[in-house]
Design a protein around this ligand. Structure first.
Ligand code: T5A
Length: 219
């Protein structure tokens, strides 16, 4: 591999309990096998300050959270994460694998809460400028199945207390965005067995590597 290359930015998205965290481990193993330097991180979070914002965002609370407050906190955490972790890693030529990114803001704050997509796009420009993921996996599953998996594992956070209709809008938004930009997005059926999901991920990663400048440089 040519170490002067800029790293690739891979994000993994989907509704609650779809298997993002589980499959990030699999992607990490895959990158290791290819000898690709990489880091794994997550949103909201990824730095001490951004993880503190995550705590504030996810904790259930009596006080109603204004939708603009929630939106700005997501982007505040993201600005810190980009400055401290994501941009430096990409600049060092490492791949960054991130559990959720701005697609989650479009899906949850836009699709779920009804915040205007234009407002989100303005903040995206402010915080990210032109930086966008190179490749986004949308793990897709019927919402009730994802929530059942998430609930079997931990007590519901502030988002997981939302109604099914909220998550249906979140899922629709992810699928709409994926359909609109097939170069960036790969939708994976996450209702199948874990082995099936990981076989699909490995095939898509192989395809991506062979079509990107990294694959050509490594041959
Ligand atoms: N948010 C985030 C916003 O609203 N806006 C934003 O901009 C951002 C960045 C973050 C919350 O913040 C919101 C969205 C979220 O609500 P989170 O922790 O990132 O929270 O997201 P969650 O979806 O809550 O994470 P979970 O850990 O609950 O779900 P995962 O990571 O998708 O699922 P995972 O891997 O933990 O798996 C859940 C269970 O299912 C099993 C696993 O073993 C595990 O027990 N499993 C399977 N079982 C059977 N078959 C398979 N194929 C399986 N895959 C996994």
């Amino acid at each position: 591999m040519n170490s002067s290359q800029i790293g690739k930015f891979i994000t993994i998205e989907g509704v609650e309990g779809v298997g993002k965290t589980t499959n990030i481990d699999f992607i990490r193993q895959w990158l290791k096998q290819q000898g690709i330097p990489h880091i794994n991180t997550r949103e909201p979070g990824g730095t001490p300050l951004a993880e503190s914002i995550r705590e504030l965002l996810l904790s259930p609370r009596e006080e109603a959270v204004d939708e603009n407050t929630e939106l700005l906190m997501m982007f505040a955490a993201r600005a810190q994460h980009l400055a401290q972790v994501i941009k430096p890693a990409l600049g060092r030529g490492e791949w960054v694998v991130c559990d959720r990114f701005t697609d989650a803001t479009y899906a949850y704050q836009g699709g779920g809460r009804g915040v205007s997509m234009e407002k989100i796009a303005q903040l995206e420009m402010l915080v990210q400028d032109t930086l966008r993921p190179d490749l986004t996996f949308v793990l897709d599953i019927p919402v009730d199945q994802g929530l059942a998996r998430a609930k079997s594992r931990s007590t519901p956070d502030r988002f997981e207390r939302e109604k099914l209709a909220f998550f249906d809008r979140v899922r629709d938004c992810y699928l709409t965005r994926a359909k609109a930009a097939p170069d960036q997005y790969r939708v994976v059926d996450a209702s199948q067995s874990l082995e099936g999901v990981q076989a699909d991920l490995a095939m898509l990663l192989d395809q991506y590597l062979s079509s990107s400048s990294w694959g050509q440089a490594g041959e």
